[in-house]
Design a protein around this ligand. Structure first.
Ligand SMILES: Cc1cc2nc3c(=O)[nH]c(=O)nc-3n(C[C@H](O)[C@H](O)[C@H](O)COP(=O)(O)OP(=O)(O)OC[C@H]3O[C@@H](n4cnc5c(N)ncnc54)[C@H](O)[C@@H]3O)c2cc1C
Length: 470
């Protein structure tokens, strides 16, 4: 199994890589400033590990050449997009070369007639959304990190986000991929057509594979027409239990909002402080967004408003206009950074349970944390049953982390007992790999490890992620 490259031979490796992929990032300790490698050492998971080198391919051929070289030397390669991942996927925990895809950042085409976009992996997802909307089309997946994260990273993690309740996640929009296999060979999967069953569905295999099976160098995406109208309803609650009843009521009506988001008391207090909006410091918040024609939007919002009002206990209002709605959604996107600012020491998970069990999971989260002498907070995509569950620490020392770790394990067990899953959208990678056997049977894990070994026999591509033994 390849490990960190011997320091003494680093200059040789640099020269070899520079010969095939000229943009090489190296440590710059002599200059005394932060090394270019520091920026590649971590993501938003709290895990970190310094790479030996970074390489920034400008095209597929350069990426493929680095992977071919990695097999012959050998060295570890860790694909990286924008580094917003929450589970350590882009972290070079064993050193090696980080393959930073952010220079491959062109939208290659938006075909309005076929409603297809073809992009390189380093395109920021928010930028793609804007370009699609400028020509009357719509790319629905909308992680809260959309402005920053890359489309390649979103494909590799099968990102979800705020509009999953109506539109699903990345896997519902990827028609085809260009992938550099760990061997360095380049394949194309899927097709430009709406349907394709030629051979195994390799596209689906690579979507969500967290950079362990191949490097995605081009993505063909399905688009939909941009909805004519969208509007937002907000419900503020002074009582968290009433907010919970509101979620249940909103889930029962015959309307499919594109977003149904919940923010609990602790998370909301962090948002109020972060954005300097003390009037937001209530017990909980529900944000609902509907889209469609102007008439259908008005009808759906009215149905949901009535349901929330009859559930009682909240102040329900339809956002006054686009700027009002934008402010609220910016606050929702800011929950995670706001919570991190207030509680720098926390374990943040993203369990998913059947929607009817959302409230029970939220309730049990607090009970589990308390049983370990800790506090918790929860927010997330109530429309999907997806809770971003944080176990909070005051000091973050070893003893407290050990307790929080045990609490997290109990949160996972509870989510599974409720019929849920360990991860809705962030992935497994480093953070959750030890918990995998809680959800997957041994033969299931063995089948997945066999796929990894078949594609990456030398274990050069993001080894040890998801499956510790690989
Ligand atoms: C504030 C905040 C909010 C977030 N909100 C959401 C949310 O609502 N929904 C959601 O799903 N996620 C969310 N995330 C998580 C994260 O933003 C997404 O997972 C995102 O899609 C990762 O993209 P990235 O470009 O940053 O990837 P990175 O972090 O760079 O990499 C993520 C993984 O993808 C692999 N990878 C990256 N590029 C490629 C490639 N071209 N080929 C092969 N593998 C590759 C890496 O090896 C790694 O395993 C949030 C994160 C933050 C910090």
């Amino acid at each position: 199994m390849p490990c960190a490259y011997p320091r003494a031979r680093m200059t040789d490796l640099e020269a070899l890589i520079a010969g095939i992929c000229p943009v090489v990032l190296r440590g710059d300790d002599a200059a005394g400033g932060p090394s270019a490698l520091d920026a590649l050492a971590s993501d938003k998971s709290g895990w970190s590990g310094l790479p030996d080198l970074g390489a920034r391919p400008r095209n597929t051929a350069e990426a493929a050449a680095v992977l071919r070289l990695a097999n012959s030397v050998p060295f570890v390669v860790v694909p990286r997009g924008a580094g917003t991942g929450r589970v350590g996927g882009a972290v070079p925990e064993r050193g090696g070369v980080v393959l930073d895809l952010m220079d491959m950042n062109r939208i290659l085409e938006i075909d309005v007639r076929e409603m297809i976009a073809r992009v390189q992996p380093g395109v920021r997802l928010g930028h793609l959304q804007q370009e699609c909307e400028a020509v009357g089309l719509f790319f629905p997946p909308d992680p809260a990190s959309a402005k920053d994260c890359s489309v390649g990273g979103a494909v590799a993690t099968c990102a979800g986000g705020l509009r999953g309740a109506k539109y699903g996640t990345m896997k519902h929009y990827v028609l085809g991929l260009e992938v550099v296999l760990p061997s360095g060979e380049v394949i194309r999967t899927g097709a430009r057509t709406r349907k394709c069953v030629t051979g195994y569905d390799l596209t689906s295999l690579f979507v969500g594979s967290e950079g362990t099976l191949g490097v995605v160098t081009e993505i063909t995406l399905r688009l939909i027409p941009k909805p004519d109208a969208a509007a937002t309803l907000v419900a503020w609650y002074d009582d968290e239990a009433a907010a919970a009843r509101g979620v249940a009521a909103a889930l029962e009506v015959r309307a499919v909002p594109r977003a149904l988001e919940f923010v609990d008391r602790r998370a909301l207090s962090a948002v109020a402080a972060h954005f300097g909006r003390p009037e937001w410091k209530r017990h909980a918040l529900l944000l609902v967004e509907c889209d469609g024609t102007a008439a259908s939007v008005a009808g759906e919002l009215e149905t949901i408003r009535r349901a929330l009002e009859s559930a009682g206990g909240g102040h329900v209002e339809i956002a006054a206009g686009p700027s009002d709605a934008e402010t609220l959604w910016a606050a929702r996107r800011g929950v995670s950074p706001a919570v991190t600012a207030m509680w720098p020491h926390r374990f943040s998970e993203d369990v998913c349970v059947p929607r009817r069990n959302f409230l029970e999971m939220l309730h049990d989260l607090h009970g589990i944390a308390a049983a370990h002498g800790l506090e918790a907070l929860g927010f997330g995509h109530a429309g999907d049953g997806n809770i971003h569950a944080s176990v909070l620490m005051q000091r973050g020392d070893d003893e407290e982390r050990a307790r929080a770790h045990r609490a997290v394990a109990d949160v996972f067990r509870r989510a599974l007992a409720l019929g849920g899953t360990l991860s809705a959208e962030h992935g497994i990678s480093i953070s959750k790999r030890e918990f995998l056997p809680l959800e997957l049977t041994a033969p299931n894990i063995a089948a997945q490890v066999a796929i990894k070994r078949a594609l990456d026999p030398n274990g050069i591509l993001n080894p040890g992620k998801i499956f510790p033994g690989t």
